[in-house]
Design a protein around this ligand. Structure first.
Ligand code: NOJ
Length: 535
């Protein structure tokens, strides 16, 4: 018998980029001690679990997803003691902490890779080498704007090495049992520091097989199940969150269990990001038509009862458009990335508020969907105050600028002369206007609204655990659905249009406004939303 709910099924997550959050030693870079000083802010916001982006020693070609040492901390972020202190301080406030586990690749500066460049070396087989750059030619290129191929020639070894991301990020060879074992060791090391689990990076690509697209292979699933079995045996409280940017039916196997038996518990990932619903939230809103969201949710298979989806509006990467059709992608680019610089690879390098023209109603509406559709919501740091971006910064750095705490110099992020990236300071999104301190003292701010969302979400288990049923309505601008759990039925209403929409309702209690609406018809204002409990 599975006992629900597990903590992660009802949790609100917060994605924290350490470099951007708070600088404790005035070197211009955020660090672990700095993040520690801001934990009370997160506790007050009401989130349950922090996801820390990578803080390993790294040449930072891919901002730390290129790891040079799995057992350390990048000196600008602090040291292992600081990592442990951050986890302990979070736990003391009732916050959990997960961190990235980067399985697929290392930095080319990792000693394993340097050793692997010598054919006679014991590490020679740690990476994927080939005499031909035509091996695995059915695999797509992910970092399309930078990499012409998944193979790069290595002069020292006289062979090509395989990489799904930057050429400075060679893929590990998971066919090598020693590599498989190394990853278990690394997972144990970080779990022993007190983590509550991992966000496992780029998991679809662990194994390669000729004649396939090298994604979601059976060998990959088998390895990930072994990882879960180890975690389950040694760290049963911890979670594994799957980063697989795939269609829902292709993510389903990452939860494990038995595809033919919906009652069988999951035995792979506890959680998985729901990538495809994300762009469709923006699409539905801009079109004023619920269909894209309804269709993708209807295409989403059931997951085992001990699992949960993770939903998000934005993260530290570009808003990915991999899980839409070519025509939809072109439309999304036209609508949300009219300037070429806003586009990156198959996505859009912008934050939530600028994507929505800083329209407060639309920002709230998408957040309302984040909290009311199935899945545990993840908030990307800064989006809770409507931070802006800087499309002119390199790669995805424009959505990774310093957190805006107050109106003082460098937004209260750092006391250094210069900081790692310019603080947003334009007339609309600049820290002088958009900052935590100002929004805490303003009862109608976005931040205060986000706190309300989180509090209401935590108070009403049907939002996290309820079944989903869409409500039909002749006006397609109305995205309405029921969430039913035990004896509770919620009706969640979202008006995707800039005009009023009318709907007939039974008597309900409004969870956000804390009022009761008598049976009858209700007009939702432009971009309005309601979370209603049926009496
Ligand atoms: C996904 C991460 O979110 C992204 O930032 C990174 O570049 C790739 N995986 C490669 O690790």
């Amino acid at each position: 018998m599975i006992k629900r709910p597990y903590w992660y099924q009802t949790a609100v997550f917060y994605e924290l980029y350490v470099r951007a959050f708070a600088d404790s030693n005035a070197d211009g870079h955020g660090d672990l001690r700095g993040a520690l000083t801001r934990l009370d802010y997160l506790a007050d916001l009401g989130v349950n679990c922090i996801w820390l982006l990578p803080t390993f020693p790294s040449p930072l070609v891919d901002d730390g997803y290129d790891i040079a040492d799995y057992y350390g901390v990048h000196p600008t972020y602090g040291a292992l003691d600081d990592f442990k202190a951050l986890i302990d301080a979070a736990h003391a406030r009732g916050l959990r902490v997960i961190a990235d586990l980067v399985l697929n690749h290392t930095s080319d500066q990792h000693p394993w890779f340097q050793a692997s460049r010598r054919r006679q070396d014991p590490y020679s087989d740690y990476y994927v080498w080939s005499d031909s750059n035509e091996t695995y030619s059915d695999a797509r290129i992910i970092f399309l704007d930078t990499e012409p191929s998944n193979w790069t020639w290595d002069e020292a070894r006289g062979q090509y090495f395989w990489h799904r991301f930057y050429r400075q990020q060679p893929d590990l060879n998971f066919d090598n049992p020693a590599v498989q074992e190394e990853m278990f060791k690394i997972a144990r090391f970080w779990m022993d520091l007190g983590l509550d689990g991992f966000r496992a990076d780029a998991v679809p690509y662990l194994f390669e097989r000729e004649g396939t697209n090298c994604e979601n292979l059976p060998e990959t699933h088998a390895y990930l199940r072994r990882l879960r079995a180890m975690m389950e045996a040694e760290y049963p409280h911890a979670i594994l969150l799957c980063e697989a940017n795939q269609w829902p039916e292709d993510v389903r196997p990452y939860f494990g269990g038995d595809l033919a038996d919906p009652t069988a518990p999951g035995d792979a990932f506890h959680m998985g990001f729901h990538f495809p619903v994300m762009p469709r939230l923006y699409m539905a809103l801009r079109r004023g038509d619920r269909s894209p969201v309804v269709e993708i949710m209807q295409r989403t298979p059931a997951i085992p009862a001990n699992c949960q989806w993770c939903t998000f509006l934005r993260n530290h990467d570009e808003l990915t458009l991999e899980m839409v059709t070519e025509a939809e992608r072109q439309w999304m680019w036209q609508q949300f990335a009219p300037e070429p610089r806003m586009r990156l690879n198959l996505g859009i390098r912008r934050r939530l508020a600028p994507l929505l023209g800083n329209d407060r109603r639309q920002i709230e509406l998408l957040n309302s969907l984040l909290f009311t559709l199935p899945g545990s919501p993840i908030i990307y740091y800064g989006d809770e105050i409507g931070m802006g971006d800087d499309i002119w910064l390199h790669d995805r750095n424009g959505v990774r600028t310093p957190m805006q705490w107050d109106a003082s110099r460098h937004a209260g992020f750092s006391e250094a002369e210069t900081v790692y990236a310019p603080v947003i300071s334009d007339a609309v999104y600049g820290y002088q206007r958009v900052n935590v301190a100002a929004q805490i003292s303003n009862p109608t701010s976005l931040l205060r609204r986000m706190r309300q969302f989180i509090a209401a979400y935590k108070a009403e288990p049907a939002l996290a655990l309820g079944d989903l049923a869409f409500i039909d309505h002749p006006d397609r601008a109305l995205l309405a659905f029921r969430r039913s759990h035990e004896r509770t039925t919620l009706i969640c209403l979202h008006n995707l249009s800039p005009r009023g929409v009318r709907i007939d309702l039974p008597t309900t209690h409004d969870l956000l406004a804390d009022v009761t609406w008598a049976e009858g018809s209700m007009t939702l204002p432009p971009y309005g939303y309601r979370w209603l409990r049926v009496a």
